[in-house]
Design a protein around this ligand. Structure first.
Ligand code: F6P
Length: 341
């Protein structure tokens, strides 16, 4: 078989591990792989490259994606859809493995519905995809934030300051909560629980009164005020309609300083959470996902997405475009809350 493979949406640690597993397993079984560059854009424009064992040598520990990525949505216009269909035929593909988040996989689902054989592999540092118990990239991101919190502890303690750490996750609190638990944060603000500034400041003041002269506050970038407002970087949206979040940490830090009188600093971790080498855990799930994706192609189980169910790799239907996100587990947050204040 000739299998096309692409990576779409925001990059995340582990993408190369999936690509490597797909190419190596396909080659061993006598199948060939065509790399489609820069997400769906590569299928629209016909930018492809044949991949062999040699193309994937040494990429397992590398962050990012050797295939490149964009947030291209071919279903924005009919011409792009037709170009994808004609390039699919031109390159003689038997199936495409799309590695991506809800948007990339939503496009794969739509192509599957038009008759193109598609298999999906879920990725995102945000860990908010329905159908899988965990996505790869998340573990690495949590490790990066935990390391940052560990480092912030020593400077916070020396200066008797409050340190606010803003983390990614879009409108879900998975990264924030996991890192708050792993890093021992003193408060955490997540999108699923509207911000209560009074409670936050009381908690920090109470902590100081008890003789703890510094505090660490983790804030998810999608944190919402009581009336549902989020802080965005500007008003632009990508091809899937997403705004760019970011900046809520700075606002919260200013409010804390104003209300408590305690010197406060903010660190916005941004794309550092997405870059660099994947953790061993992410390399392992990513590799297992890639291997399973090739099995699905060989078994002609199209329209499916590989997933993690507990510790097992399995598969489910590709998510629909309007699929609800994976629900955040508030019990997980309540575990973090035990350590607040
Ligand atoms: O979905 C992954 C993610 O890193 C989010 O956590 C974040 O809001 C967004 O992507 C950032 O996107 P971009 O790389 O386009 O700025």
């Amino acid at each position: 078989m000739k299998i096309g493979v692409l990576t779409g949406g925001g990059d995340c640690p582990g993408l190369n591990a999936v690509v490597r597993a797909i190419v190596k397993k396909a080659e061993k079984g006598g199948d060939t792989v065509l790399g489609i560059k820069n997400g769906w854009q590569g299928l629209v424009r016909g930018i492809v490259e044949p991949m062999t064992d040699f193309s994937v040598s040494g990429i397992l520990p590398k962050g990012g994606t050797i295939l490149g990525t964009t947030r291209t949505n071919p279903f924005k216009d009919e011409d792009s859809v037709q170009r994808c269909l004609s390039n699919y035929r031109k390159y003689g593909l038997d199936a495409v493995i799309a590695i991506g988040g809800e948007d990339t996989l939503g496009v794969a689902r739509r192509f599957h519905e038009t008759g193109l054989p598609m298999v999906g592999v879920p990725k995102t540092i945000d860990n908010d995809l329905a159908g899988t118990d965990q996505t790869f990239g998340y573990d690495t991101a949590v490790n990066v934030v935990t390391d940052a919190i560990d480092r912030l502890h020593s400077t916070a303690e020396s200066h008797h300051r409050i340190m606010v750490v803003e983390v990614m996750g879009r409108d879900s609190g998975w990264i924030a909560t996991a890192a708050a638990i792993a890093g021992g944060a003193d408060y955490c603000v997540i999108p699923e629980r509207p911000l209560d500034l009074e409670d936050l400041c009381n908690s920090l003041t109470h902590r100081r009164e008890r003789g703890k002269e510094f505090s660490i506050v983790v804030v998810a970038e999608g944190a919402q005020s009581r009336d549902g407002q989020v802080v965005t970087q500007d008003t632009s949206v990508d091809q899937f309609g997403h705004v760019r979040l970011g900046g809520v940490g700075s606002w919260i830090a200013r409010e804390i300083e104003k209300r408590t009188g305690i010197e406060t600093r903010v660190t916005i971790l941004g794309h550092i959470q997405r870059g660099g080498t994947p953790s061993a855990f992410d390399r392992i799930i990513a590799t297992r996902f890639g291997l399973r994706a090739v099995d699905l192609v060989r078994e002609r189980k199209f329209g499916r997405m590989v997933c993690l169910k507990g510790l097992d790799v399995s598969d489910v239907e590709l998510p629909a475009v309007d699929q609800k996100k994976r629900a955040f587990d508030m019990d997980f947050f309540r575990d973090a809350e035990v350590f607040f204040g």
